[in-house]
Design a protein around this ligand. Sequence first.
Ligand code: MSP
Length: 694
Amino acid sequence: MDNPAKFYITTPIYYVNAHPHIGHTYTTVVCDAIARRQRMMGMDTYFLTGTDEHGQKIERSATAAGCTPKEFVDKIAAEYRELWERMKLSYDDFIRTTEPRHVRGVQALFTRLQERGYIYKGSYSGQYCVFDELYVDAVGPGAPCPECGRPTETVQEENYFFKLSAMEDRLLKLYAEQPDFIRPETRRNEVIAFVRSGLRDLSVSRTTFKWGIPVPGDPKHVIYVWLDALANYITAIGFGSDKEKDKKKFEHYWPADVHMIGKEIVRFHCVYWPAFLLAAELPLPKSIVAHGWLLFEESKMSKSRGNIVRSETILDTLGADTLRYFLLREIVFGSDGSFSFDALVQRFNADLANGLGNLSSRTLSMITRYFTGEVPYPTTAQERTADDRAVAELGEQTIRDFNAQFEQFQFSRALETAWGLVSAVNKYIVDNEPWTLAEKPGQDARARLGTVLYTSAEALRIVTALAHPIIPESTARIWQQLGLGEIGKVNLRELKWGQLQIGTKLGTVEAVFPRADKSTIERMQKMEQERSTVSESQSQAAETEPARTGAQAGQRATEAAGPVSPAPPSKSAEVAAGPAAPTADNKISIDDFLKVELRVGEVKVAEKVKGADKLLRMEVDIGTEVRQIVAGIAKAYDPEKLIGRKVVIVANLQPRKLRGLESQGMIVAASLGDEGLPVLAGFLEDVPVGAKLK
Ligand code: MSP
C-alpha cells in the first residue's frame, strides 16, 4: 500500500495526583490492543497517551506532599511512563500538559476561540468541585457535587466564559447526524438528554490558583483545566506550532478516529470538547468510546476509596500479557467488571497455561520429536477426515468472527472466539492421539500423524496472529518457536487457513505460560500490601493515597475510627508498628512516628449516626480528597458546630466499617476523665487544609 489510511487513537490523559492503578492500565491496554491490531492491518497508526498535570487538585496534592507542583508532577508522570514500558504499551507519543508544545497549543486554541467571539469576560459565583474540576449547579457552601457527592467549594471570581449555550443546536445536530460519534448507545442517549435540558456558558479560567496555563495577554487567569486537558489530543500532533512539519502532522492525523475514555468523563468529551472544536472551526473526532469501570471489592477502583490494585504486582508475578489478557477477556467492554486475584489466576491457568500454552508446547514438541522440528506434510484434501476439515473450517470462521467482534469493541467475545479454536484443537489432538500414531508402523499412520500435527500447528499459528495485539510478548515467542520470525511483520488482512509452509524449521521449543499455583494469589496480595507500605514511606507523592498502612503494619481494627486517646507508649508503638520494633525503654524511632500520616482537615458535613448515640458521621476535606470519618464524639460535639472546623486526621489508617459506614481515617482528640470525653485537637493559627503534621 503506497499511502496507507491513517488511524489515530487516544487514551484520556491521567491525573498525576496519584499513582497509576489497573483502572488506568485498563483503558491504556484497550487502546494498545486496538493500535497494535490496526498496525497489523497495515494502517498508518498513531497512539497517544499522557498525563494531565495542571489544576487545583494537583496544586493541592503537591502542597500536601511538601514539594513544588513541578517536582510533584515529574515524579508521577515518570511512574506512568515506566509502567507503560513494562506493560509493553506501543504508544507513539506521551504528552504532558506541562510541556511547552502543549502550553503553546492551548494558548493558540484559546486565542482562536476569542477571535471567533466565543469567549467573553464575566464573573462566576457558585459551587466548584475540585475533585472533578467541575462547575456544578449545587447551591450553598459545602453542597455535594452531583457527580461524586463530595462537598463543593464556593467560588466567586472574575472569569472568562465560553459560549457553550450557543452550541446546543449544533451539538444536537451532530449527535443526530453522526450516530457513531458517541458509543455505546446508552452514553449517547445520556448526552443527548443532558444537552436537551439546556447548556449554560462555561467558565474557562480561574484566578484563585496559579498552577495552570496563563490566558494569553491576561496571565492573572489560568485556563480551565478541562479546556487545557482536552486540547492535548491536538497539541500532541502539532496544533499551535509554526513548524511546517508539525502542521503537516496535524493535518495528517487529525481528526482522531477514537477517543477512548471511562464513562465518568463522557460529558467533558462529548459536550465540551466538540463544542470547543466547533467554535474553533476545527474538525471533530470521529468517535468517542466510553467503557465501564473496573471494580474491586464491589466498588470503582479509585485511590479515594483505598481499593486500588497496582499493575506492578501482577507484572512481577504473572507478567504483562496475563494482565492484558485478563482485562480484555474478563471485562465485557462497555460494562463494569470486577477484578480479583482469584479470577486472574483462574483465567491464567485455564486459558493461557492449559489453553494456548498447552496447545503450543504439545504441538511444537511433537513436531520436534517426530519430524525433526520441521512442519510436516498434511495429506491431500481428499484424504482428510471430517475432524481435520472441521478444524480448518473453524480456523477460517474464527478469523472472520474475531475480526468482526474486535472491530465492534467486543474484545471479550473476540477472545472467546479465538479460544474456541484453542479448545477445539486441544480436543482434536486428544481425539486423534498423535502419540499413538507415532508408535504405529506404516505410511498411513505416518501420513495421519503429519496431518494431525500440521492441522494443530496451523490453528496455533492463526490464534497466535489474532491474539498478538492483546498478548504481544508471548505470541511473539510462540511465533519464533513456530519458526516464523518476527510476528510484528504479519499482515492480518491476509491471514488465511493453510499459509503455514511445509518444511518450516521450528525454533527452540519452550513453555510460554508455566502454570501458577495457589500460592501466587497470596503472593500477590502480600505484594500489594507491601507496595502500599513502601510507597507511603518513600514517596512524597504517595501521601495523596489513602494509605492502608496502619492496619497492615499491625494497627488494631478497633482503632480505625473514633478519636485518638492519649495513648501509653506501648499503644503508640502498636500504631506505628512496622519493621522497627520499639526500643527497650518503649520509645519509638522518628521513622516509626513518621509512618503515621497526620493531616489538617476541614469538616464539611457532620451528622448523627442513626441508632448510635455516640457516633458522628463527618466528611472531612484533607486537601487532596474528602474522607468520610465516623467518630465517637457525638456526646461532646453538636454536628452543626463542627462544620467548617479545622481538625487533625490520621490519614493512613485502613478504612473500617462502623454501623455499616466506612470510616476512612481517625480524628485526633484528647480523651478526658474516666469516660474518655473527647476534646478535638485544633490550631490557634490559621492552617491550610491538607497540611501535614510532623
Ligand atoms: N485527567 C482526566 C482526563 C482528561 S482527558 C482529556 C482524568 N484523569 S484520571 O486519572 O482520573 O483518569 C480517568 C480515566 O482513567 C478514566 O476515564 C478511565 O479511562 C481510567 N480509569 C481510572 N479508574 C478506572 C477504573 N476503576 N476503571 C476503569 N477505568 C478507569 O479523568
